[in-house]
Design a protein. Structure first.
Lengths: 345, 462
């Protein structure tokens, strides 16, 4: 495994979205993108509402604004591939097909939740859907994802792990330890930096030496990187094809920097005073991933007004159902306190 | 019915706040995500965003109102097909949805608080290893550990070894001698010097179903990796509701070696034993080292396997079979006695046996218990012995404060108080970072003379 690689020069590159749709993006796919992004948006809005009602406790980090990243990437993955992310994880779970009822019920701490209510917002898993958390320690998911990629390679599965991290996590030492090993051993992992410009209240400008272009951060390890408009689901998909194919074909890790934005605070209790309302408003008006896709749909005549309304209605119904389930599912039985600490030897 | 907009809680602790001002007026149309109002808490000013589309029908709580309780309806939103007429149907007495929900809200703890916590499950009885009366081979602890890994790697393709210098160098302490030749570079993996990274990588591989053995050159270096050992490996099974396990072994030398200074000489037994989700093993003899390491590799949980550099070269009889396992969680009486119980583990077992030998000469019969596993602790073996001897001395190389001996003392006080004829004594490392100077190092570590003194004191003999 520990073979030495011939040094290669892989210049990081910057990608810009092209306005023409790629040939394999058909109407059906566009509608899927729209449905999935809207589901995440509405789910997160509902989660925020339930939090406000005191039904969700603790920390709750919403993904609103970043929907195109996970939806675009998920669209190029195979069933055998795996993903994991940080604590801003609801969108990733929905995008990889986990049941909204189980996710919302975990947020409310009920037995019907993915972790029987014992994990909460930041700690959910689905081996069935290839989702390996949900990690609360900033950056910790990066070596873990690298280890899952190691297992993919060890088991010769031709599968890829996608490890999502934020711009803040990118300054953790263990991220570079992972980059080094992943490149040294050509592990099939794609690191997706969701650059939403703020690690809690600290902007990338205030936390990055030399350059805020984060896709360069793997260059010392020979890991190719690209910067992508993370607010354009089609651009994300096109870029992800290249990165995932690179990892799958045995060429080692790839870094994707997704330029994105979160509309809400870092968590529910963050008033977000470190940025102006105008800044947020401008992104919402000019770059919103859902609105942009809607514009494409109208222009390309993908669906009529009534059809669009029907999707909105359907999504709303799914979210309402999940919120109802999350309130009607009982709290875990007190006997659950002591279960699941150890597996039976 | 119009949609009620409720006073939100914006932090886990907020119960009320000030509705500072409305950003929308009655009659304004509103889309999801629009800012409706600003509220102030003791910590911050926050915005209330609309969740639904519609028209702001009626403001129920005016701007600049203090002490608005969380979940109070503050406005009514009319949906697309509703009109002002629907507002008149609204009854202000309608309780907030949180209270209306069939199930009790998550934050209401009254009922939960009154429910007594269930009894912690009793530790399951662990069967002792089968008595071995077959042939034995005199083996060093070093070889026993290597044999354990080799046998388990032959048995299960998913077992692999990774760490610094484990492959080409044959192990910094030569524990992995010959493994690269037999199993190849795919399964015996030299890592860069990157403990945090490869510990996390190992946990990821374990989540996915492999069985990694992660060697730390010493457990002192595992301090760099302790976040993954505890937060990632130990807690994930619980946090995933039993879905994701971490069948991983973290192993390497622990405790003081010889004059390597404070940063390379620390016992981590009590650190790891503190944490639910981990198993902690620390053997003394070669037979136990081999049998326990094989059990650790087969265990579906994360196991901390604490070795001792000074024991690596010591030889013991080991059963001559490739299926010798020792159960995790079972202590062993290594010298039976009747007057005083000495409970210890790892290298201190040797010191305790020396002390018992000396004590015998003075007519004191000491029973020496080798814990072998620190977590789960074999309380039954300890308690049975104390009920017999009525006196207890604990011995460990690490510091006394919050140490393994402290835990055992507390446990015996709780469960066998009436059997004790003397206060428990703890023999432990002196409460200083371990010094380098030979004489000071000797003074800082427990010696058999300390054990003898304590044993005599609990027997009221001096």
């Amino acid at each position: 495994m520990a073979t030495k690689k011939t040094p290669t020069k892989r210049a990081p590159k910057k990608r810009t979205a092209s306005s023409a749709l790629p040939s394999d993006v058909n109407n059906e796919m566009i509608l899927d993108f729209y449905r999935e992004m809207l589901l995440i948006r509405r789910f997160e809005e509902k989660a925020g509402q339930l939090y406000g009602m005191g039904l969700i406790g603790g920390f709750c980090h919403l993904y609103i604004g970043q929907e195109a990243v996970v939806v675009g990437i998920q669209s190029v993955l195979e069933d055998r591939d795996t993903i994991l992310t940080s604590y801003r994880d609801h969108g990733h779970m929905l995008a990889c097909g986990m049941d909204p009822d189980g996710v919302m019920a975990e947020l409310t701490g009920r037995i019907g939740g993915y972790s029987k209510g014992k994990g909460g917002s930041m700690h959910m898993f689905s081996e069935e859907k290839g989702f390996y958390g949900g990690h609360g320690i900033v950056g910790a998911q990066v070596p873990i994802g690298t280890g899952i990629a190691f297992a993919h390679k060890y088991l010769e599965e031709n599968a890829v792990n996608v490890a999502y991290l934020g711009d803040g996590a990118l300054n953790q030492g263990q991220v570079y330890e992972s980059f080094n090993m992943a490149s040294l051993w050509d592990l099939p992992v794609v690191y997706v930096i969701e650059n939403n410009r703020y690690g809690m209240g600290t902007s990338t400008e205030r936390s990055s030496a030399n350059s805020t272009e984060l896709y360069h951060r793997g260059s010392a390890y020979g890991i190719p990187g690209m910067q992508v408009d993370g607010m354009d689901v089609v651009a994300v998909r096109e870029a992800a094809k290249i990165a995932v194919e690179h990892a799958r074909s045995g060429k080692g890790p790839y870094i994707m920097e997704m330029m994105t934005y979160r509309y809400r605070g870092h968590s529910m209790s963050d008033p977000a005073k470190y940025r102006s309302k105008e800044e947020v408003q401008k992104v919402r008006e000019e770059r919103d991933p859902i609105e942009r896709l809607r514009a494409v749909m109208v222009k390309k005549n993908v669906i009529d007004e009534a059809g669009m309304k029907q999707i909105d209605k359907d999504v709303k119904a799914i979210v309402s159902k999940s919120a109802e389930f999350a309130q009607s599912s009982p709290e875990p039985d007190p006997s659950e306190l002591y279960t699941d600490v150890y597996a039976d030897a | 019915m119009p949609i009620e907009i409720l006073m939100p809680a914006l932090s886990p602790t907020m119960t009320e706040g000030k509705l500072a001002r409305w950003m929308k007026n009655e009659g304004d149309s509103v889309s999801s995500g629009d800012i409706l109002a600003e509220i102030e808490t003791d910590k911050a000013t926050m915005e209330v965003e609309a969740v639904d589309d519609g028209v702001l029908g009626k403001i129920l709580v005016a701007g600049d109102t203090d002490n608005v309780a969380v979940n109070t309806p503050i406005a009514l939103l009319l949906e697309e097909d509703e009109s002002d007429a629907d507002l008149s149907n609204y009854s202000a007495a309608t309780p907030a949805p949180a209270a209306q929900a069939d199930a009790q809200p998550a934050t209401v703890s009254s009922e939960t608080a009154n429910v007594a916590a269930p009894e912690a499950p009793k530790a399951e009885a662990v069967a002792p290893e089968s008595e071995w009366d077959g042939p034995v081979i005199n083996t060093t602890v070093r070889e026993a550990l290597r044999d354990a890994m080799a046998e388990e790697m032959r048995r299960n393709e998913k077992v692999f070894l990774m760490g610094e210098e484990v492959a080409q160098y044959q192990g910094a302490y030569k524990i992995s001698q010959g493994l690269l030749d037999e199993f190849g570079a795919k399964r015996v993996i030299d890592t860069p010097i990157t403990e945090h990274g490869f510990a996390g990588l190992g946990v990821g591989a374990a989540f996915y179903g492999l069985n990694p053995i992660v060697e730390f050159m010493t457990f002192n270096f595992a301090m760099q990796a302790i976040d993954h050992i505890i937060n990632s490996a130990a807690k994930t099974r619980y946090m995933s509701g039993g879905q994701v396990s971490s069948p991983i072994v973290f192993r390497g030398p622990n405790g003081a070696a010889s004059r390597v200074g404070a940063q390379h000489s620390q016992c981590y037994a009590s650190w790891y034993a503190h944490c639910p989700g981990l198993k902690v093993v620390s053997p003394y003899s070669a037979a136990d080292a081999k049998g326990l390491l094989k059990s650790a590799i087969r265990d579906p949980n994360p196991v901390i396997f604490l070795e001792n550099e000074l024991l690596y070269g010591q030889s013991f009889d080991v059963p001559d079979t490739d299926d010798w396992t020792v159960p995790i969680g079972k202590a062993k009486i290594v010298r039976p006695g009747t007057d005083v119980t000495i409970v210890t583990f790892s290298i201190m077992v040797g010191k305790a046996l020396e002390a018992a030998e000396e004590l015998a000469k003075e007519g004191i019969s000491a029973e020496v218990i080798d814990l072998r596993t620190i977590r789960p602790l074999d309380t039954e073996t300890i308690l049975n012995s104390v009920r017999k001897t009525n006196r207890l001395v604990t011995v460990e190389e690490g510091w006394a404060f919050s140490g393994v001996g402290s835990e055992i003392s507390a446990m015996v006080m709780e469960q066998a108080f009436d059997y004790l004829d003397a206060p428990v004594q703890r023999v432990a490392g002196v409460d200083v970072p371990l010094p380098y100077a030979a004489n000071l190092e000797q003074l800082a570590l427990p010696q058999s003379s300390h054990i003898i003194t304590s044993a005599k004191e609990v027997c009221y003999r001096s």
